[in-house]
Design a protein around this ligand. Structure first.
Ligand code: ADP
Ligand code: ASP
Ligand code: MG
Length: 439
């Protein structure tokens, strides 16, 4: 069995939904995971923001525009047969019901869930009308997280296997990405971009042969195509390389998506819905290549330099630093140490003021905001010579605030100012990949 996940652009119009209906049923018996149509989750977030602010007309206007868009899609997909819109009416009715009630987090989560529910309703209607036997696997009946936010793998596996056994022999099984229930049974989600994670969790609990992430580009490119021209697809990546790239900003993959696949040793293939014959990227236990594969950038980073006058030969300093971050439940991304101090980065600055206050009790503290981590990823085992020189050489015209190398065999990270991000990404592509064919 294969798990095929189609992202927002892949189901973003009537034409695309029709192509996915055909593409996803080329082989029988696979599980298809759908995202909301592109732009939908953003609209639902906007509606919730209006409702939090008590601006009901703002929410109404946004929802009306969304409804107009869906009516046009239904019209085109079902050749003017607007009765199919009845499949989406429960979602619009549910959202409108929240307009006259006090608004809170659980209402927001229910609203955000409607995008994926509408995608699968449309796809089920489209496939059924083409004579395809569709088995529905409602995500809210099996996808669940624990108190700590981690997936409840035992529950997911048991419930999903039961749903599959109750619907034997279907041409295709259809489910929603992104949405789940929390440990109290309330509707929740796996965070923005989380449909990739859904696909990977399903792959893990069903021991799938392959997890396919179908999107709007032909695989993981060697640099961020939104900022760098002439990027090229990387055809093979090790699980660890893919995880580093996803974590450090390669938006094509949700950062949590790689781990379940890696643990169960299930290959993940990134494919392009608009160009299904393109090779894409295969993520697996790839053999070492001794090569740099790709570059990614993570935005909104804050660097904190923590200097102790008494660090020389002192022990316990790093412990106090880490304990401070732990007390404020804030994860550290990158770190550089010297005999007199340590620099760390965080991407979550919600507790920054309190952290700095606590650190100042035993150290001198400097904060630099608006920074970016640039991660250079590949088979960077330290015996492979020349990688650090190549990376830093490429950045010789750019002020570098921190460098981190040796923490992983797959990553060299540098910290630069946000205003230097695009220049740094371009310089790295120019120096590292300009003579390289697709890897
Ligand atoms: P989907 O809606 O299918 O989940 P996403 O928008 O989440 O798609 O991810 C695909 C996008 O990721 C691409 O259109 C591309 O702009 C962006 N992206 C960022 N970095 C990379 C990269 N290194 N390789 C490929 N795509 C990338
Ligand atoms: N629809 C959700 C989002 O836009 C989940 C996803 O697309 O993966 O974040
Ligand atoms: Mg995505």
């Amino acid at each position: 069995m294969q798990i095929l996940k189609f992202g927002g652009t892949s189901v973003g119009s009537a034409g695309r939904i029709a192509s996915v209906a055909a593409l996803a049923t080329r082989e029988r018996g696979n599980i298809v995971v759908l995202s909301a149509m592109s732009g939908t989750t953003n609209s639902l977030v906007e509606i919730s923001e209006y409702l939090y602010k008590g601006n009901v007309p703002g929410a109404q206007e946004t929802l009306n525009a969304l409804e107009t868009k869906y009516r046009a899609v239904v019209d085109e997909l079902f050749c003017g047969d607007s009765t199919a819109f009845a499949r989406l009416e429960p979602s619009f009715r549910l959202i409108r019901a929240f307009f006259c009630e006090p608004f809170g987090e659980s209402a927001e989560k229910e609203i955000l869930a409607q995008g994926e529910l509408m995608s699968t309703a449309l796809m089920q209607e489209c496939m059924s009308r083409r004579g395809i036997a569709v088995g529905m696997l409602p995500a809210l009946d099996y996808m669940r997280t624990l108190d700590n936010g981690e997936p409840d793998m035992a529950h997911i596996g048991t419930r999903l296997r039961r749903l599959l056994a109750d619907n034997p022999g279907c041409d295709v099984y259809l489910t929603q990405g992104y949405i789940c229930r929390n440990s109290h049974g309330g509707i929740d989600n796996l965070k923005r971009g989380g449909s990739d994670y859904t696909a990977s969790l399903i792959g893990a609990v069903t021991d799938a042969d392959e997890i396919q992430i179908w999107t709007d580009i032909d695989g993981m490119h060697n640099n961020d195509p939104r900022f760098v021209p002439d990027t090229a697809p990387v055809h093979e990546l090790h699980f660890e390389e893919a995880a580093e790239l996803a974590y450090f900003g390669a938006k094509i993959l949700h950062p949590s998506c790689v781990l379940p696949a890696k643990l169960h040793n299930i290959p993940v293939r990134l494919l392009n819905t608009m160009e299904p014959q393109a090779k894409g990227t295969l993520i697996f236990n790839a053999p070492p290549t001794g090569r740099i594969k790709a570059v990614a950038a993570k935005d909104n980073i804050t660097a904190i330099k923590i200097k102790s006058g008494r660090m020389l030969l002192a022990y316990g300093f790093l412990h106090k630093v880490f304990e401070t971050f732990e007390n404020h439940r804030t994860a550290i991304d990158m770190m550089a140490t010297s005999e007199v101090g340590v620099s760390v980065t965080v991407d979550n600055d919600a507790r920054l003021e309190a952290i700095v206050d606590d650190l100042k009790e035993f150290a001198t503290v400097t904060v630099d905001r608006d920074m970016v981590i640039i991660a250079v990823v590949g088979d960077l085992e330290w015996h492979n010579r020349g990688f650090e020189t190549a990376v830093l050489g490429a950045l010789s015209d750019i002020p570098v605030r921190m460098v981190s190398y040796g923490g992983s065999d797959y990553n060299i990270s540098v910290l630069v100012r946000s205003c230097d991000k695009v220049k740094a990404l371009k310089a790295l592509s120019q120096h590292l990949f300009s003579n390289q064919e697709g890897a």
